[in-house]
Write a protein that binds this ligand. Structure first.
Ligand code: PXG
Length: 439
């Protein structure tokens, strides 16, 4: 057996990473506190992305760390099927309390991808439980990101995430995306143009007939694809069309959940009520893998029929509601509540918007978009070398002590919700330097 050095980087095939580039020039974090990471070479890096959109309360927060430590010593694991433990129930109650009215039940998962597949299965099984089993179609949207499992990539609309993987789920169709740079470039907040794209759902319903469609799934704000803000009135229209045709509406709130827009969930921000909400990430501040799927009482109750000794829904994970994950989530919700973090983005949004849009004059910037504590700067691609300009901005920013995310030639920003105004200034000063002098 080869004797590998502990710092040999080859064994770990890293996720969504340019592995060969990384391993030539590794970037490792070895510590973190509040808004900053520490790198392996002793530098400090401002977290402009809350990790991967998940560390909403900032890093290494004492309530969360302590909750995990205590739980690990008290009850490490309890079987998730036919048995329970108190914290999973306490957490579900606390989650329902902050969720949109009527979302009264929670199923646990371990990631956003699992939350999405869980939600799609709930939707299909709900119609069937009601005797409406001809509703088998699922409608997603172009450029949508719903994780990487088969359900999620089937309804998702990011080509690179789909094209290698065969036939995917059958019976899926897609709405058009809502990115209209020709009309909406440099809009602050929700764009004026594009609400009419919701009526494409009517076209899809006409094509397939409503009686075959189970659910529509969209991100209220599309994140991974490079931050697409819904046009004014768009989500309301989707809701109306779904209601009219008996189709369930699923909001994938894996990035918008837990305060990103200045309300606990995007459903509250836009005042549109979906039937199912998927979450993960901010649920535990990213610290322990966990997701939650919220469903309305109507959906839940449709399953609660038949003999009481029978399992009502054949779905779940070994780690659904895991004790340590539940404790971490409770510590996270305590932190959010004590520091007002689920609404803090609303206070910061105007300052954030101003600072972000001040980047308009930097070289290569073709669009800027924002909502809540989310920002995107779209760059003109280098001719013939798409993604290269943004990736080199990412590398330069990291060198200069700033963490940003890039997708295609778009820079996405989503800092922890504890960010202070001076740190917003620091973020954009560093980014301006990168865009102006370094790419
Ligand atoms: N749905 C949505 C809307 C997401 O944004 C997932 C599902 C999947 O979650 P998991 O936990 O399975 O990864 C996501 C994840 C980025 C980025 O930089 C976004 C995600 C993950 C990693 C990076 O945009 N979103």
């Amino acid at each position: 057996m080869a004797n590998r050095l502990s710092n040999d980087l080859s064994a770990f095939w890293m996720p969504f990473t340019a592995n060969r580039q990384f391993k030539k020039e590794p970037r490792l974090f070895v510590g973190a506190k509040d808004m900053y990471y520490k790198t392996h070479d002793g530098r400090t890096v401002l977290d402009g992305t809350a990790g991967l959109w998940c560390v909403n309360a900032g890093h290494c927060r004492p309530k969360i760390t302590e909750a995990i430590r205590e739980q690990a010593g008290e009850l490490d694991y309890a079987p998730a099927f036919q048995l329970g433990h108190p914290k999973a129930f306490e957490l579900a109650n606390r989650l329902v309390d902050i969720a949109p009215e009527g979302m009264n039940h929670v199923l646990y998962t371990n990631s956003g991808s699992e939350s999405v597949d869980t939600a799609l299965k709930v939707a299909l099984a709900y119609h069937r439980a009601k005797g409406d089993g001809s509703r088998f179609r699922l409608i997603g949207r172009e450029r949508g990101y719903h994780g990487v499992n088969f359900g999620g990539i089937s309804v998702g609309g990011i080509v690179a995430n789909r094209k290698m993987f065969g036939t995917l789920l059958t019976g899926v169709d897609h709405l058009p995306h809502t990115h209209l740079p020709g009309k909406n470039a440099f809009t602050r907040g929700e764009p004026e143009h594009g609400a009419d794209l919701a009526s494409e759902l009517e076209r899809i319903v006409t094509l397939h007939d409503a009686s075959t469609i189970a659910a529509v799934i969209v991100e209220p704000v599309a994140g991974s694809t490079g931050v697409l803000i819904p046009p004014k009135g768009y989500l309301q229209q989707l809701r109306e069309i779904c209601t009219k045709h008996g189709i369930l509406l699923i909001f994938d709130e894996v990035i918008t959940g837990f305060g990103r827009l200045g309300t606990p969930f995007a459903a509250q921000y836009f005042d549109v009520k979906p039937d199912i909400i998927t979450t993960a990430k901010g649920l535990t501040n990213g610290v322990i893998p966990m997701g939650a799927v919220f469903v309305s009482s109507e959906i839940h109750d449709a399953f609660m029929t038949g003999p009481e000794h029978l399992i009502e829904f054949f779905h779940g994970y070994t780690y659904s509601g895991n004790p340590i994950a539940s404790a971490a989530a409770l510590g996270t919700l305590d932190t959010y509540r004590e520091e007002g973090l689920l609404t803090r983005a609303a206070e910061l949004a105007p300052y954030w918007e101003e600072a972000l849009h001040s980047m308009k004059d930097c070289p290569h910037v073709v669009d800027i978009r924002n909502i809540g504590l989310i920002g995107a700067i779209e760059l003109e691609p280098i001719a013939g070398e798409p993604t290269k300009r943004a990736f080199s901005a990412f590398l330069k920013a990291y060198e200069k002590g700033l963490l940003i995310r890039t997708t295609g030639d778009i820079i996405a920003l989503s800092p922890p919700l504890i960010i202070e105004r001076e740190q917003i200034d620091e973020l954009f000063d560093k980014l301006r330097d990168v865009l102006t002098n370094n790419i």
